[in-house]
Design a protein around this ligand. Structure first.
Ligand code: EPZ
Length: 447
């Protein structure tokens, strides 16, 4: 395998399986609340970018190298499992990942792997555009909503693909000469559909125009990596992305954008606990909508070169209303954490979720800790209480789980967050990072 990755110095530690992911998914986190957080937390590369970049590796037979890759996340391991199943060679060392897709053996992404993580639907566009065929299991619903993939399918059909749905699989075939460039108008903004069509268009014939495209920083980063691989793309970060198809793409070395949701989560942790945190390698400009609301609540954030420094300006944070929206609006992936923060604020705040229909799973669990929250449809009114009480809690979604960790950091007494599995999907070494800045947090065996 070394010959596939000539500029990758494989040491003894090179592995595709991250050590902490080998542990039991039943493990729990125990937190004794009350410690302010002070110190430095390194921010990892963005999960929701890394997962897509890994799919972009399928677009070329040359090796690609990703730096600042959050290799220890469970979701990354699910994506590795899928790409290896397809025939990719993959090596990880520290935060470097190398992928070579020169010997793809199958174009089928099976249900058993896809069901673990919806991000695997992103292999559809790359496989179809490079090999002319793809069979990908429908990911199905998930805890936060039904999450259809109709926009991905419709866009590929507009590029000339023939798609049938058989036995829970998307069966896609490109026309004889390959996918054709097309003007694709998304009726609603979708991160995943924009990414799938962006990747498919890089190797299509002629020009593709994506109208009402998503503008997330992770999509810009994916697009910039594709450009380095030889793709012709303009308009990244705007509503209209234009892609002029090329014959082939080449290998690349690319450093993944910092995770803005991990950053936002630790900003809220600093605000809630009242300490001062330096978040290393974080980009303030990717959180501008959220920062406006956090500043209204009383959290001060400033950029210091590549770091962000966060502190609480006031004795008690203030209640603020938020509504989730596609980027650059307030991110749905920070909604649960913001709600955890509001539970202890002075006054009330209203949280309106407009992206996913079922993203309030944290509400009953926060209520068990003493929060005062009432939900009406897609809005929740959070009336700040004086204190939260530690409890045994569990959530079935990544961001809901981390919101419970945040609540545990400030609750009186002990909080046990069950099913650490969800946290490990999206937060690298959360126990080590929070413990390193003063939190009384530990991982205990769930066996
Ligand atoms: C991505 O999901 C993220 N996942 C999500 O992060 C994030 O919450 C979401 O974007 C919104 O920012 C990854 O990047 C792996 P969408 P995605 O397509 O691409 C509807 C986390 O916690 N829709 O923008 O699936 C859909 O049901 C995760 O890290 C259709 O109707 O989100 C939703 O209501 C959770 N048809 C809305 O659009 C489609 O074909 C936005 O979804 C596609 C989407």
């Amino acid at each position: 395998m070394e010959s596939l990755f000539p500029d990758f110095k494989l040491g003894k530690s090179a592995t595709t399986i991250a050590p902490q992911v080998k542990s039991s998914s039943l493990d729990k986190i125990k937190i004794i609340g009350g410690n302010p957080l002070n110190g430095t937390i390194p921010i990892s590369g963005a999960k929701n970018c890394a997962l897509k970049l890994m799919c972009a590796a399928l677009l070329t037979e040359e090796s690609v190298y990703f730096e600042n890759s959050p290799n220890t996340l469970r979701d990354m391991n699910s994506q590795i499992e899928l790409l290896e199943y397809l025939g990719c060679a993959i090596k990880c060392e520290g935060s470097l990942m190398a992928i070579n897709a020169s010997a793809i053996e199958t174009y089928t992404a099976p249900y058993d792997i896809v069901r673990k993580m919806r991000g695997s639907i992103l292999v559809l566009g790359p496989l179809l555009t490079r090999f002319g065929q793809a069979k990908v299991s429908l990911p199905g619903g998930c805890a936060i909503g039904t999450r259809p993939v109709d926009l991905h399918i419709k866009g590929l059909e507009e590029m000339g693909a023939t798609i049938t749905l058989d036995d829970g699989y998307i069966n896609a075939t490109a026309p004889a000469g390959g996918l054709q460039g097309a003007k694709i108008l998304f009726p609603k903004v979708s991160v995943g559909a924009t990414e799938n069509l962006l990747m498919a268009a890089t190797l299509a014939k002629g020009e593709t125009v994506l109208v009402n495209a998503a503008k997330e920083p992770e999509i810009i980063d994916l697009g910039e990596c594709l450009i380095k691989m030889g793709a012709k793309i303009t308009g990244l970060g705007t509503e209209t992305i234009r892609i002029e198809g090329v014959k082939s793409l080449k290998g690349v070395r690319h450093s993944i954008v910092p995770d803005r949701i991990e950053t936002g989560t630790y900003i809220i942790a600093a605000g809630m606990t009242g300490g001062t945190l330096r978040l290393q390698n974080a980009r303030i400009e990717h959180l501008s909508a959220a920062l406006g609301f956090l500043s209204q609540a009383g959290i001060e954030v400033e950029q210091d070169k590549n770091d962000i420094i966060v502190s609480r300006e006031v004795e008690r944070l203030q209640g603020v209303d938020i509504m989730t929206e596609p980027y650059p609006g307030f991110p749905t992936d920070l909604q649960a954490q913001f709600m955890a923060m509001l539970t202890l604020a002075d006054g009330a705040g209203m949280v309106t979720e407009t992206i996913f229909e079922n993203r309030f799973m944290h509400v009953p669990e926060l209520s068990r800790m003493g929060a005062d929250i009432s939900v009406q449809g897609n809005s929740a009114i959070v009336r700040g209480v004086k204190s939260l009480k530690g409890a045994e809690v569990m959530a079935t979604d990544l961001r809901a789980s981390v919101a419970l960790v945040l609540a545990g950091l400030v609750a009186e007494g002990e909080t046990t967050v069950n099913r650490i599995y969800h946290l490990e999907r999206g937060y690298e070494d959360i126990v080590g990072k929070l413990g390193g800045v003063g939190a009384n947090i530990s991982r205990v065996s769930g066996e």
